[in-house]
Structure formats: C-alpha cells, structure tokens
Design a protein around this ligand. Structure first.
Ligand SMILES: Cc1ncc(COP(=O)(O)O)c(C=O)c1O
Length: 324
C-alpha cells in the first residue's frame, strides 16, 4: 500500500526534521537507552545544513547580504559544503578558505557545489583559515563574511530546530550529548531542552588538548568561540567528556557494524561520550535516555581508512588530516 508522500518545492525544505534511531544495543545497561539523531540525513549531508540556511537567510533579512554579493567563510568541512550548496541555489558566488591538508572528499564536494577554494597553509590548521578570512573580510568589506563561530543564527538554528525536534520525539530525554566545534549545536539545543526541563544534562564532547577529532575542538586549546560566551556556555554545560581520536574511530566502527549507521568520526566521539555517561548511570543504579548527535555520514572520510584500516594506522592518520 502506498503511504502519504509530500512533494517539496525546494531541496532547502528538506533541511531538518531528521530521524532518531535507537542504538541501545550499544548501551552497557538495559535501563539506559541510547538514541542517535541522524543529522547525516540532511540534504547536503550534515548538521551544518541547518545553520548554513539560517545564517544565509538571516543575512538576507537583515540586509547584510544582497543579490549577487560574494559570500566568504573559512571552513574545512561541513559548513563550507552546506553554504556552497545553498549559495549556488540562491545565486551567490562563494569563497571558502580551506587548510591545504583536508581530506580530498571535502575539496571535491566544494567543487561539486561550485565554490571558489582558497587554500591556507595546512600546518596552520583551521585557525589559520579563520585568521586569513578575517584579513580578507577587512580588505573586502563588499563581501559578506558569514563567520559561524560568532554568528547568532548558528545556535538559533538549533534552538528553533534541533531542540524542538528532540523534545517532540523524545520528551523523556535525560541527557543530551554532542561534540563541540563552534558550540552552536550544544548552545542552541541545550538551551531549548533546559528551558523545557532543567534536569536534562547537557554534555559536551571534546578531544584531549592538542589532539584532533574531526569537527571538534578542545576549549583548552585556547580559542573560545564567541557563540559559546554569548549563549552562556560555561553555565549551560553540565559536563564535559574527553574522547581520544582512537576511541572515536572504535565507536564509529561499532555504530556501523552493530547498528548499520554509517557515520563520520565526530559521531563516534559523541557515542563514546554517551557510553561513558551510560556506564556512570548504570554504576549509580540509575536509568536514563541519552540522545547524541550524528553530525554527518561516513562518505567524506573513506579516503582516511577510518573504517577498514588497521586501528592503529587509522588512529595515526586521523590525527594528521585536518577536518575542521
Ligand atoms: C562533523 C562535525 N561534527 C561536529 C561539529 C560540531 O558542531 P558545532 O559547530 O555545532 O559545535 C562539527 C562542526 O564543525 C562538524 O563538522
């Protein structure tokens, strides 16, 4: 029998309303449920579709972005891809600053969506791309610098989308777990959930200082995104769990092998953190429902060998490639 189908006017209407799937078979205790929210199901492949759409539409509404104007953004990953896709649809030229050592699939995706790529030195990492973007923005005030780290429309996309969706689908949530990059996901979703139920715990996943898990950053490395301070991150976050690159790969592999969810490495990091929380709850004799974010799918990481190489080799190469 045919189900109800919807015809959408634009691919942009497909952003958000992502599904959740129960992966409690990975939980250390049957009284603690673990649910994955699949942001990988967004049309351009990641959680960043939400913020890219919101930041562009916000700039249009405020008059900061007008027809034909060039968009500028430093991004080695998902934000650049989503911005490039939406910019092309809406007819804006776009320049993305990219560290030279990102995985090849990221460059290819930006090319697919017609972005102009400006390479910055690989050894300077994502901070180097951000610095160069600030310089270029100062030299070219006629361009629209989106700047996801300091753009309020980033956390707002989660406050208005991700948070309400989780609350609608899972009102018995006890813990929300997500990786921290710009902090937009944790700030927007976390604030919404806390307003509904202040007992919900908000847990940030960070790599150890100086180590790299794609998409994530350690606040201890010294850069605090303005979004984090403006949304009162220090108060909003209940806990931080540190996850090493090797653990991220291990849990990314278990997620696909035991649940069929083919995810990027920050999802493995978030899942590793969710399992740590579940273990602590079980040890205290408590039950719970933990929701974690699958920020993107695994496609863009295939060339790194993260899924198939020997684990030690994969962990070593994950630390060499810049994803953020
Ligand atoms: C794959 C991936 N995971 C997680 C994050 C972190 O999300 P947020 O920037 O909302 O903190 C990012 C952000 O860049 C990402 O690309």
């Amino acid at each position: 029998m045919l189900g109800l189908a919807t015809i959408n006017d634009s691919v942009l209407d497909l952003i958000g309303n992502t599904p959740m799937v129960d992966v409690s078979n990975l939980s250390p205790h049957r009284d603690v449920r673990i649910l994955a929210k699949l942001e990988s199901q967004n049309p351009f492949g990641s959680v960043k579709d939400r913020i890219a759409k919101n930041m562009i539409e916000d700039a249009e509404k405020s008059g900061r972005l007008h027809p034909g104007q060039t968009i500028l953004e430093p991004s080695s990953g998902n934000t650049g891809i989503a911005l490039a896709a939406i910019a092309r649809l809406k007819g804006y030229p776009i320049k993305i600053l990219l560290p030279s050592n990102v995985s090849i699939e990221r460059r290819q995706m930006l090319e697919v969506f017609g972005a102009e790529i400006i390479l910055t030195p690989g050894e300077e990492g994502s901070n180097g791309a951000v610095r160069r973007a600030h310089e270029l923005a100062a030299e070219h005030p006629e361009w629209c610098f989106i700047y996801q780290y300091g753009n309020d429309a980033n956390p707002r996309a989660h406050y208005e989308g991700t948070g309400p969706e989780i609350w609608r689908d899972c009102p018995d949530i006890t813990h929300f777990v997500a990786g921290l990059g710009t902090s937009g996901t944790l700030m927007g979703t976390g604030r919404f959930l806390k307003e509904r139920n202040p007992d919900i715990k908000i847990v940030a996943i960070e790599p150890p200082q100086g180590e790299r898990v794609e998409g994530l950053r350690s606040l201890a490395d010294g850069y605090i995104p303005p979004v984090f301070d403006e949304w009162n991150g220090a108060e909003l976050l209940d806990r931080k769990r540190v996850v090493r690159p090797r653990e991220s790969i291990e849990w990314t592999r278990r997620l696909v092998a035991e649940c069929g969810v083919f995810a990027g490495l920050s999802a493995g990091a978030a899942l590793a953190g969710a399992v740590k929380v579940a273990t602590e709850l079980a040890a205290a004799g408590e039950s719970g429902t933990i929701v974690f974010i699958v920020s993107d799918g695994g496609w863009k990481y295939l060339s790194t060998g993260a899924y198939t190489d020997d684990l030690d080799a994969a962990a070593a190469s994950a630390e060499q490639v810049i994803y953020f």
